[in-house]
Design a protein around this ligand. Sequence first.
Ligand code: MRU
Length: 354
Amino acid sequence: MPVPTITWEGGEEGSAHLIDQTLLPESYRIVECRTAAAMWDAIKRLAVRGAPAIGVAAAFGAYLGIQHSSAATGADLEAELLRTCDTLATARPTAVNLFWALNRMKRAAASGRHLDAPSLRRRLFEEASRILDEDRAICRKLGEVGRGLVRDSGSYVTHCNAGGLATADYGTALAVFYAAKDEGKRFTVYADETRPLLQGARLTAWELHESGVPVTVIADGMAASLMKSRKIDAVFVGADRIARNGDTANKIGTYSLALVARAHAVPFYVVAPISTFDLTLAHGGLIPIEERDASEVTQMAGKRVVPEGVPVWNPAFDVTPAALIAGIVTECGLIEAPSAERIAAVFTTGRATN
Ligand code: MRU
């Protein structure tokens, strides 16, 4: 059940089409992005969100920046692309997939700077399209690798939205559920509502429900009681950036969920593509954490819920230490008890061997 989170229509002369995720589940609206500035805005305001989807969006945003260029040479077109990438890189700081995708576009431009401008433009369109296609294939692979961790009649918890809406296909953490369902397993998923922007309640519940996976929404503070009172088999979450040692940044509240899971001996799994690893960072303390506008906390459904004058702290992500993670499901296999050594081995050999 892939969701058309981000698609490109019309070939080289075309445009990007995104589901405006800020409006779900109340309304389902597609927005068209014809310029890099429109794509920057869509990423910034979370119309498109979730690390892999942000990467795909950034790649097409970079292409949009040079789509109608009048550059005379490949080198001039490359210079324009670099400027567009610099701007897109300011949209959001935490999900490394954004920078990873922009770097791929920059590398494609560098390798084709000797070409004439129309040929390089085509190469950049192909690279952005490839990033989208690869993401689709990776989601399927993540599902395949992770589905064995889901048992028939089991119960699971997830946080935020790491599903089809966060990728170009059917997700990372939720791919595991979709693949297990395709095998004929029946199970229940508890979705944390994920304050302040409610990606769990609005988006995860929407897409699981639409796909026929039984889903129950809980407020974030209910996870401990849930694990104490009902049998929970595992937690599956996505990731925005994973440091060299396995420390993982994901939506704010993920760390508390991991602590609660550890206290109840519930295995905690991260599901993410290899592009979410940032080997330049030795540990999670170095991951830049986005802080968003206080209004996301002070307002709910257009109503003020915090007294005027009371300060608010609104980090969008937190970091779960590797020690709390039972395993990271990647397209290269499951990295059990992730550590710097085990992660380095995956990058060296291309597969996880535990
Ligand atoms: O602020 P968001 O909605 O972009 O945050 C998204 C998350 O934290 C997801 O869990 C993460 O990007 C993984 S998506 C497959």
